[in-house]
Write a new protein. Structure first.
Ligand SMILES: [Zn+2]
Ligand SMILES: [Zn+2]
Length: 131
């Protein structure tokens, strides 16, 4: 899987996703570089700092969570399957929305504490605010 390809040209002219194998065209509306696959949302560990392409790891970076910035913009939290490095990448306009939602909802599906009490408390607070 460690193909030595000129990734800086690959990422600005389109590339084949190392995880799902789909051919990814470059972003249609230009602007920032695409740094992950819009279908499976996987990325490649090729940077130390964003855009420097200096990492020799080239492991597949899987989306493990969503980070929401103060302006409401979503970012993906990626973790490298090879070395475990965690990075944050902004989402793109053509990212798989269903998969983004699934990743965002995942912690809610496996709460480490009983949800029932909290939900009834939230419900009570929201009805109190209506008065
Ligand atoms: Zn993919
Ligand atoms: Zn890595």
């Amino acid at each position: 899987m460690n193909k030595q390809l000129p990734l800086e040209t690959e990422f600005s002219h389109g590339f084949t996703c190392a995880s799902c194998g789909k051919l990814i065209p470059p972003l249609a509306f230009g602007g920032r570089h695409r740094n992950h696959c819009p279908h499976c949302l996987c990325s490649l560990h090729i940077d130390h700092k964003p855009g420097d392409r200096k990492s020799n790891c080239r492991g597949i970076m899987k989306p493990i969570g969503i980070h929401v910035q103060q302006n409401g913009e979503w970012s993906l939290i990626h973790q490298c399957k090879t070395c475990g490095t965690i990075k944050i990448n902004r989402t793109a306009y053509d990212d798989n929305e269903l998969l983004l939602l699934t990743i965002a909802a995942e912690p809610m599906m496996s709460l480490p504490f009983p949800a029932k009490k909290i939900i009834s408390t939230l419900h009570r607070l929201s009805t109190e605010n209506e008065r």
